[in-house]
Design a protein around this ligand. Structure first.
Ligand code: FES
Length: 146
């Protein structure tokens, strides 16, 4: 009888410990972003980005696009298996399995399952262009400069 009681209490204790560990692991994913994003990256000054050009920023795998009105940032990571895409004459192409995207990041041909992401762009007080990889926007959003 005492052995059964011990086994029951031990099982309940172990299940409780496992539940707490699982709960903490689950909650950790939410606390990571609140602790302060480390994915807000300064990519250069406005003058570093020629007008009507997609400039590849290798460190963060984004293309920064500047036109006369705005600066935008689009992911350079293929949505299929994560290869770095290349700029083409009229969009983007993945060298791994051939997915093609429009200038706006929409899928023209697979196997990519979805469009490329656009990220929020800001200007810092010291006049640097900052890309926030934690803030996905749409192709129309961007930092308006005029
Ligand atoms: Fe880009 Fe497969 S990783 S098409």
């Amino acid at each position: 009888m005492e052995r059964r009681s011990f086994v029951r209490k031990f099982s309940v204790t172990m299940a409780s410990v496992a539940g707490v560990i699982l709960g903490l692991t689950f909650l950790r994913q939410f606390s990571h972003k609140k602790a302060g994003s480390t994915r807000r990256i300064k990519v250069g000054r406005l003058s570093d980005f020629p007008v009507d050009t997609y400039t590849f920023i290798e460190d963060v795998k984004v293309f920064v696009y500047r036109d006369h009105e705005s600066v935008k940032a689009i992911s350079a990571v293929c949505t299929h298996l994560g290869c770095t895409i290349l700029r083409t004459m009229d969009g983007f192409e993945c060298p791994c399995h051939g997915s093609c995207y429009t200038d706006e990041g929409a899928v023209l041909s697979g196997p990519a399952p979805r469009s490329l992401s656009w990220y929020k762009v800001e200007k810092t007080p010291d006049e640097m262009i900052l890309v926030d990889l934690d803030e996905v926007t749409d192709a129309e959003a961007g930092l308006y400069i005029s």
